[in-house]
Design a protein around this ligand. Structure first.
Ligand code: CO8
Length: 258
């Protein structure tokens, strides 16, 4: 059953808006919420009408991390048995582009969700931090693995070991954020961005995402091989024919027609 803490609305232009809605607890990521998010993402993964996901939160803050009250008495055995934090794989492995909109705090598990997004639009008041160390724990949904790949070891160590809070400007400068926007423009800019991407070829968007993600894991030679294979594949796509034909006919291409 999908929880009321997660909403999903499909937009006719081809993107889905996935909303974390638990502002009274600063969008803390309790298990019911992350399970619902995983279930929704599984659906969107298979949904041919959804080419892009826009992930955002209600309220003044993106997400204050895992639910500390829920974790208070959790034993290591329970965490292992329930694969606690494993549900975030659904976002980390999502094959279509994900745009994250961040306002206010993105802390701990909230910052890890941001690290799983492909494009991050941050409001000027966004703050990113990994305070797990101050609670006597550590990231469990990819923070120690994705963050250094995104911003480099020096900056990642600074955040992860000390809990250093990064503002939007620092986060953009070091590569955690794609663009900074005024808080009152965040949603509009996000929707425009999502509509723009959704009008492009879904198949090719996914191939680009796959190739860029592979660059974080593969040696250069293997990554280049993968890129070439995916590039060659695009030559057989109706979308590629449409894109190039539209260019020669001086009109706007109409992608995703098949
Ligand atoms: N968990 C549970 N409840 C929370 C959390 C949280 N992480 N954050 C805020 N809340 C609750 C508060 O308990 C409070 O509830 P109530 O009104 O019932 O007392 C309500 O939200 C409002 O909180 P504040 O009064 O503290 O609100 P402020 O606006 O003053 O402060 C902050 C907002 C700065 C976000 C502050 O609440 C805070 O520091 N929260 C904790 C942040 C944190 O330490 N996060 C790390 C958690 S550990 C983690 O994320 C490990 C990740 C592991 C994998 C994750 C898989 C999903």
């Amino acid at each position: 059953m999908v929880s009321s803490m997660i909403h999903c609305a499909k937009h006719p232009s081809g993107y889905a808006e996935l909303v974390i809605d638990r502002p009274q607890a600063r969008n803390a990521l309790c298990v019911a919420l992350t399970d619902a998010m995983a279930q929704t993402l599984e659906r969107l993964r298979e949904d041919s009408e959804t080419r892009v996901v826009l992930l955002r939160s209600e309220g003044d803050h993106f997400a204050a991390g895992a639910d500390i009250r829920e974790m208070l008495d959790m034993s290591a055995e329970t965490a292992r048995a329930t694969d606690f934090a494993g549900c975030c794989v659904a976002l980390g492995d999502f094959p279509k582009p994900v745009i994250g909109l961040v306002q206010g705090y993105a802390l701990g598990g909230g910052c890890e969700l941001v690290e799983m997004c492909d494009i991050v639009l941050a409001a000027e008041n966004a703050v990113f931090s990994h305070p797990e160390i101050s609670l006597g724990t550590m990231p469990g949904a990819g923070g120690t693995q994705r963050l250094p790949r995104l911003i480099g070891t020096a900056k990642a160590m600074d955040m992860l070991l000390s809990g250093h809070r990064m503002d939007a400007i620092e986060a953009e400068r070091c590569g955690l954020v794609s663009r900074i926007v005024p808080p009152d423009r965040l949603l509009e800019e996000g929707r425009e961005y999502a509509s723009g991407l959704a009008a492009l070829s879904g198949t090719v968007l996914n191939s680009i995402k796959k190739a860029v993600r592979a660059s974080m894991e593969m040696p250069l030679k293997e990554g280049l091989k993968l890129e070439r294979a995916l590039f060659h594949q695009t030559l057989g796509l109706p979308d590629r024919q449409e894109g190039m034909r539209a260019f020669t006919e001086r009109r706007k291409p109409l992608f995703n027609a098949t």
